[in-house]
Design a protein around this ligand. Structure first.
Ligand SMILES: Nc1ncnc2c1ncn2[C@@H]1O[C@H](COP(=O)(O)OP(=O)(O)OP(=O)(O)O)[C@@H](O)[C@H]1O
Length: 412
């Protein structure tokens, strides 16, 4: 800017100078406001990023320990057949052959006697630890419910699937004579497949409730342990327990963890999974079709299942549990709002329409969230706006979650 130019812009009279200063102060105040707003925004982003950082650091620690766990070679399970002295023991391995093995220093030699089960190092075959004679089922994530409280009333939609499972599991258990009279054998196992959170476990529990059966719930990945030979033994124990508790329903979630079809090249981990699957097939074959133990499997990945599992006499009834459509979502919302104080103005069909693509577990969470909004607003009833707020929070969290992987790179 030229000297003359600057002079012409400069205030000349005291009034002009006053106006000029007032304008500058106003301009700076508004700038200050904007900066304060930016700081507030940045601080809120910082807080969010810090919580995400803590979350991801925790996850990294968990994954690292899982990687460590996976890197350690599996141990062989054996049974002591003879103790020669405190350093030398004869052991029969779960694979069959007997070995004369050494004992690690950490093992309590007082407890070593014939019949005690132990784990052996894969390379040196030395005894690493002694195992308790019988495992606590809880250790392996097996849940035994004498009589589940869930009923068909607690399931929204899925009418066709309820009818199918009633025919395949409930009827043979409650009225076996119908099948005997007609001369047909009911299905032995039922496979439920579909996306997560769509009510597969809920359905299996409701069948157990209706048939007054004990519910034995296990997860495929829990059956494949790090101990060689243990997966097969756990399957045997699971079915022994099912017989003991009969009438009972064995529910195996994530069955693909043991039942995925395998390629030619197998690692020792794959062979362990294969042995577990073989035991499961043998256990299923050993069951009476008209008996009072029924097997229900569940998976999100039916496409990778070994064909052997789907042969007649095994999982011979396959039921798809899809994501709910609008009617289904409406029915699920009805179930989850049954005990809530809902304002008559709430248009539940509209909520169902707005939740396209959501599963039953999400809908349950949305109802809870709407209830929380009502409490926060000190409403006496949950109104439409509480549902709208819950939906937008849910959508926001969901979108935020899907954006996270890019952010997490920063903390890796
Ligand atoms: N059809 C439904 N009706 C009512 N509630 C449902 C329904 N589907 C899911 N839910 C709710 O979602 C929760 C989780 O469902 P569930 O554990 O049965 O899903 P899943 O299909 O077994 O999932 P996963 O494949 O992850 O094991 C249930 O406890 C229930 O609250």
């Amino acid at each position: 800017m030229s000297e003359t130019g600057r002079q012409s812009d400069d205030p000349k009279t005291p009034e002009e100078l006053y106006r000029y200063l007032v304008e500058r102060v106003a301009g700076m105040e508004s700038q200050n406001q904007e900066l304060k707003e930016q700081i507030r925004q940045l601080e809120s982003d910082k807080r969010y990023i810090e919580t995400q950082k803590i979350r991801y650091e925790r996850e990294v620690r968990k994954l690292k320990s899982e990687v460590e766990h996976l890197k350690t070679p599996p141990l062989i399970v054996g049974t002591i057949t003879d103790v020669i002295d405190s350093g030398r023991v004869v052991v029969r391995s779960s694979a069959g052959p007997r070995f004369l093995v050494r004992v690690s220093q950490s093992v309590d030699t007082e407890q070593m006697k014939a019949g005690v089960r132990c784990t052996l190092n894969q390379q040196s075959l030395a005894i690493v630890e002694l195992l308790p004679s019988s495992y606590d089922s809880q250790v392996y994530g097996m849940e035994v419910v004498e009589l589940p409280g869930e009923t068909y009333e607690d399931i929204g939609g899925l009418e066709k699937q309820i009818t199918e499972i009633r025919e395949a599991v409930e009827l043979p258990m409650t009225r076996p004579e119908l099948f005997a009279n007609i001369g047909i054998t009911p299905p032995k196992g039922v496979l439920l497949y579909g996306p997560p959170g769509t009510g597969k476990t809920l359905l299996a529990k409701a069948v157990a409730h209706e048939t007054h059966a004990a519910f034995l719930h296990t997860v495929g990945s829990e059956l494949v342990q790090k101990y060689i030979g243990e997966g097969a033994r756990l399957v045997r124990e699971l079915f022994d327990l099912a017989r003991e508790k009969a009438p009972s329903i064995v529910f195996i979630d994530e069955i693909d963890a043991i039942g995925a079809s395998r390629t030619e090249a197998m690692t020792s981990g794959d062979r362990e999974v294969q042995r577990t699957l073989m035991q499961l097939l043998a256990a299923m074959d050993g069951f009476e079709q008209r008996g009072d133990v029924k097997i229900i499997g569940a998976t999100n990945r039916i496409d990778i299942l070994d064909a052997a599992l789907l042969r007649p006499g095994r999982f011979d009834r396959i039921i798809e549990i899809p994501l709910p459509d609008t009617e289904g979502r409406f029915a699920i919302l009805q179930v989850h709002t049954r005990g809530m104080n809902i304002d008559t103005s709430v248009d539940m069909m509209e909520v169902a329409r707005l939740t396209e693509g959501r599963n039953g577990a999400d809908l349950n969470a949305i109802c809870m969230e709407a209830g929380m909004f009502a409490i926060r607003q000190e409403h006496t009833k949950v109104c439409q706006n509480d549902f709208i707020m819950a939906l937008s929070k849910f959508r926001y969290d969901f979108e935020r979650e899907s954006r996270l992987p890019t952010t997490s790179v920063m903390f890796a």
